[in-house]
Design a protein around this ligand. Sequence first.
Ligand SMILES: NC(=O)c1ccc[n+]([C@@H]2O[C@H](COP(=O)([O-])OP(=O)(O)OC[C@H]3O[C@@H](n4cnc5c(N)ncnc54)[C@H](O)[C@@H]3O)[C@@H](O)[C@H]2O)c1
Length: 320
Amino acid sequence: MRFQGVFITGGAGFIGSHLAERLLDRGFSVICLDNFDDYYDPQIKRENVTQALKAPNYKLVEGDIRDQDLLSRLLAQNPVEVMVHLAARPGVRPSLQVPDLYEKVNIQGTLNVLEMVRQYRVPKFLFGSSSSVYGAGNSFPSRETDRVDTPQSVYAVTKRTGELLAWAYHQLYGMSVGCLRFFTVYGPRQRPEMAIHKFTRLIWEGQEVPVFGDGSSERDYTYIDDIVDGLIAALEADFDFEIFNLGDSQSVPLHRMIALIEQSLSRRAQIKNLAEQPGDVRKTCAHIEKAHQLLGYAPKVPIEKGIPLFVHWFQKRQDV
Ligand SMILES: NC(=O)c1ccc[n+]([C@@H]2O[C@H](COP(=O)([O-])OP(=O)(O)OC[C@H]3O[C@@H](n4cnc5c(N)ncnc54)[C@H](O)[C@@H]3O)[C@@H](O)[C@H]2O)c1
């Protein structure tokens, strides 16, 4: 089945804007709904969509996934074969500060989108889930079949709830559903508060780099192009309901990630060690065999290549 009309919620964000551009290049029509929220500077999101806005088959709508009338109007007016739901309040630590907002956007908002998918008989729903659902689980690499009942943050709960809602809608109404568990995504346009981006900026400016814990915590970092490959493959594959890990499947200690940034910037970091943060997990690592088998997913950009690519993008932005 060749899909044509793709609706992306949160399409002006980091991942959504890259996905939109790739889809447009491949001849899809794309509708992007985004409320340009203030989780980080909305101007960055406006820059994210400048390229896509040049394409005739791209439509940008500024609005909220919690606005059911708006969603309904958009789906009534535009043929949509795939809904890619990426709009969310992201971030683990901030979800502990404003848990009710996370509940409203990530759970109520997802339910709203699923209701519209049902009413307008959109055949496929892809959900931007997260490695955080694995919580304190300590079998590595994490598999899609692992238990996910030890969330460490409100954010993780909202993502797992989104998956469960999507499962219920699939069971009840039959649409194809893919839940994609992203493992720390980075690359050009990465959200400015995320570690790679934030550390790069601080090292570049000669400021202290706050390191929570002793630097030994580990993350599976996934380059944005690999995530977009996984999303496109999920969009084109045939399945009923599946959960896929999308990661790089390498666990990188924090101090190694900082060393790679230092190397790329040719500057030394001034590290300031701080206490571990509540909500943070000590390690993430994706088992990606299922995505490989069913989607042909094969990440191409290891961290040693990806950080220099990110730093190159970062430095180019400093020049303008
Ligand atoms: N970046 C990662 O490492 C990562 C990892 C795991 C999961 N995810 C998930 O992937 C998705 C995209 O993440 P991202 O890093 O691109 O974040 P992002 O913040 O850059 O993108 C999310 C977009 O959603 C929009 N949005 C927020 N609330 C909205 C609302 N109520 N209505 C409409 N739009 C709204 C924001 O304005 C933003 O542009 C999110 O669901 C996030 O939870 C991201």
